[in-house]
Design a protein around this ligand. Structure first.
Ligand code: BGP
Length: 466
């Protein structure tokens, strides 16, 4: 399977997961700092020390044929309090990173928010508080102005649904609230309004370059196709996790089909969803200005009808078989015979990526381009004298790249693929034993070692063929 010459074969990172220096060099706190400290399992410090090691990582990109990198800017490194005073050291840091990217021939794709709202705003309700929307827009405008000569590819948010579901339903992200569908839906809507405002500001500011948003899109299949209840359960989870956000992004409105289910779910939880008319005007206006969509894809779900009590157990240790996800009146996620899964119970199902790309092409024909902004396999790598044989990761990436290639052959406009992650990084709710990198990080010495997958990916990237 051949990819075009300008196809991006990239590696993905995120500020909080790789930079370290979380509370130094003028950086303001984020909610994670206190949350992780209180939890006492692990910290994002020094993580992969990208703050100092970025030249090494970017040189590795160059040497291994990786022509794009996803980097996120830490909002609180620029505005320690989320608004107001600027931290010049943080501003300069990203200039240095972007300069090195260009020296090494690695295109930076920059995310403005990757799970790390400054604590000063997070503690006042994060995106449930509309003041955060205004601050986010100001911060983004600052970045566009500051980095316009160095950055051509922007993303507003990384993964709106995971932020909301983990903050308000699973309770695995701060503030750790559980089973609150109302706050989940409202925070998603507010983030989409923030995204839309930023896209409009980018367009009206005539900045060079392109902009879009990244959604985590997991295909929801009925566990048993023949059962009406399972089909409905899959539909409900799809609307909540996928269609609500795809509608907001591409249609600039929520379709009747979407609202019917959202209203049902809200009502079941004693709430109601009434977006402000002004918000809907903003969504509508911005929908035409999205240059692309980023898709993060790791897994799909098979869902069974469920009416019992809410019950979620997050497998954050790699103890295979321990995951539970059951939402009352929505559905229960099932393992499925014949479909392999990682030690963290993520179902390995490349068909879901193909199906999702083709669905977007069909359902939202005004999409302009797609990037697969994250895909990869969490794995307990064995480090033996500097040799890391991660064949299962190679198989995983290969199968997913083939699915992307197939979609392209059938007319989908996919412009690039980023492996999560470039090098091993900190994992939000799993710490350090869940590794994803093409490059192994020895967290004691901060040395990098190319895994077998890095050598394999180099060949793919150089030949543009899988
Ligand atoms: C995505 C996030 C990344 C990364 C990845 C792997 O949802 O955008 O930041 O963490 O998932 O997830 P995890 O580390 O939980 O395995």
């Amino acid at each position: 399977m051949k990819f075009s010459n300008d196809f991006i074969f990239g590696g993905a990172t995120a500020a909080y997961q790789c930079e370290g220096c979380t509370q130094s060099h003028g950086k303001g706190k984020v909610a994670w700092d206190n949350y992780l400290e209180k939890q006492g399992r692990f910290l994002a410090e020094p993580a992969s020390d990208f703050y100092h090691k970025y030249p090494v990582d970017l040189t590795l990109c160059h040497q291994f044929g990786i022509n794009g990198i996803r980097i996120s800017i830490a909002w609180s490194r620029i505005f320690p309090d989320g608004e107001g005073k600027v931290n010049q050291e943080g501003v300069d840091f990203y200039h240095a990173v972007f300069q090195k990217c260009h020296e090494e021939g690695v295109e930076p794709f920059v995310t403005l928010h990757h799970f790390d709202t400054p604590d000063a705003l997070h503690s006042k309700g994060d995106f449930l508080n509309r003041h955060t929307i205004d601050c986010f827009v100001e911060y983004c405008k600052f970045c566009f102005e500051e980095y316009k000569d160095e950055v051509s590819y922007w993303f507003t948010f990384n993964e709106v649904w995971p932020i909301s579901v983990n903050q308000y339903i699973c309770g695995t992200f701060p503030p750790g609230i559980r089973y609150d569908i109302d706050q989940c839906v409202r925070s998603m809507h507010n983030m989409m309004v923030a995204h839309a405002n930023v896209v409009i500001a980018f367009h009206e500011g005539n900045y060079p370059g392109k902009i879009g948003v990244i959604h985590s899109l997991e295909y929801k299949y009925p566990y048993d196709e023949t059962k009406e209840g399972d089909r409905l359960a899959a539909k409900k989870e799809d609307v909540l996790a996928n269609q609500f956000l795809l509608d907001a992004t591409f249609l600039g409105e929520y379709s009747d089909d979407t609202l019917e289910i959202i209203d049902q779910l809200m009502e079941m939880n004693g709430a109601a969803f009434h977006p402000e008319p002004e918000d809907m005007k903003i969504l509508k206006k911005a929908a035409q200005y999205n240059d692309y969509l980023g898709i993060n894809y790791y897994q799909s779900q098979f869902i069974r009808e469920y009416h019992g009590e809410n019950e979620i157990f997050h497998n954050g240790t790699g103890d295979k078989g321990t995951s539970v996800f059951r939402l009352k009146g929505i559905g229960e996620r099932m393992f499925k015979e014949g479909i392999d899964r990682t030690d963290w119970d993520w179902l390995i199902y490349p068909e879901g990526l193909y199906d999702m790309i083709m669905r977007i092409k069909r359902q939202y024909p005004n999409y302009k381009a797609l990037y697969i902004t994250e895909n990869g396999m969490g794995y307990k790598d064995d480090f033996e004298d500097g040799t890391i044989d991660d064949q299962p990761r190679i198989d995983y990436i290969k199968r997913h790249l083939e699915a992307v290639g197939q979609a392209i052959e059938e007319g989908a406009n996919v412009k690039g693929y980023f492996v999560w992650s470039l090098m091993d990084v900190f994992s939000w709710s799993n710490g350090y034993n869940k590794r994803y990198g093409l490059f192994y990080v020895d967290y004691e010495t901060q040395e990098r070692y190319a895994k077998k997958s890095a050598y394999w990916f180099k060949e793919v990237a150089e030949k543009k063929e899988v």
